[in-house]
Design a protein around this ligand. Sequence first.
Ligand SMILES: Nc1ncnc2c1ncn2[C@@H]1O[C@H](COP(=O)(O)OP(=O)(O)OP(=O)(O)O)[C@@H](O)[C@H]1O
Ligand SMILES: [Mg+2]
Length: 232
Amino acid sequence: MLEVRDLRARYGKVEVLQGVSLDVGDGEIVGLLGRNGVGKTTTLKSIMGLVPASSGHAAFNGVDLTGLAAHKVPRQGVGYVPQGRGIFPNLTVEENLFLGLPRDPSPEQRALAYDRFPRLKERLSQKGGTLSGGDQQQVAIARCLVMQPKLIILDEPTEGIMPILVKEIRAEIKKINGTGVSILLVEQNLVTAFKICSRIYLMEKGTIVHESSAADLKTQPDVVHRYLGMAA
Ligand SMILES: Nc1ncnc2c1ncn2[C@@H]1O[C@H](COP(=O)(O)OP(=O)(O)OP(=O)(O)O)[C@@H](O)[C@H]1O
Ligand SMILES: [Mg+2]
């Protein structure tokens, strides 16, 4: 459903993406892993139209996203939870949840957010900036669900979150995937990636250097060490 082909992007003179190709199929959870600064976030931003591609393309169900204005990409069914979560600290939880909608949320749209994350319902008038990191991540994911995406792109959802909540977020991602939503997950947490991804891409210096099933990657500690600098 998502097809990224030879995507290139630059910041000024520096070519940060040097031809990235990857796919996410229907119902898959796909991981994109790599060291700090290799271009993971830029890849996601380029897919979302937030960083212009200098060449190559990203297509979703046959629609070329590369040519679309950034605000039109979510309407194609692609949700994005940015690194750092993108919560507006001075807006309430309720305002943060529904700011992607052109009008007040319907009861159905409210249910999409609250059914998955009942805790949020008790905090609707609380300011986003006063939530814990884990609760902010829930708001960011729930905000995506309200738009009824077919694919959700998550940039390091467990970054800076207490270990006990990491497990919870992992479980939520699995549950969302269980409802038929595909997931593209950028992760530094190898345990999370191995637990929930079916396939994993490894990235280095702006290109994909390795692709395999999560199960295969587990049996290749040398590859994991070479590209991620950690033990499998
Ligand atoms: N807005 C920007 N302007 C200039 N350079 C940038 C900008 N954003 C990122 N970069 C640079 O582009 C490269 C890739 O950054 P990117 O954020 O995509 O990496 P990343 O793999 O997501 O890293 P991390 O794991 O730290 O989140 C880095 O060298 C970074 O310093
Ligand atoms: Mg990043």
